[in-house]
Design a protein around this ligand. Structure first.
Ligand SMILES: [Zn+2]
Length: 90
């Protein structure tokens, strides 16, 4: 579980996600399955808000160690997009 403070914290991983282009499936708002199209490896990324702070976690090895990974970055990008769509529709 890592805290998402600034975008720069996961900036490198966002860049990697753009290169890797993983498939992001929305399980529900806040829960995503990120699949590496080449290897077929899939991980679950969870995004949540606690006390106004944003947290995200990934089930891959890096994620278990509390490090940001590109799965997390890809899911967080999707999450932010969904959140803004939700906000726009209300
Ligand atoms: Zn990961």
């Amino acid at each position: 579980m890592i805290q998402l403070t600034t975008a720069t914290a996961i900036e490198k991983q966002i860049a990697k996600a753009r290169t890797m282009k993983p498939r992001v499936r929305v399980n529900r708002f806040g829960s995503y399955t990120v699949e590496n199209k080449t290897t077929g490896a899939a991980y679950t990324v969870t995004c949540e808000k606690r006390d106004g702070k944003r947290f995200a976690s990934c089930t891959c090895k890096a994620g278990e160690l509390g490090r940001a990974c590109y799965h997390l970055a890809a899911a967080v990008s999707r999450h932010i997009q969904l959140a803004s769509e939700r906000a726009a529709s209300h």
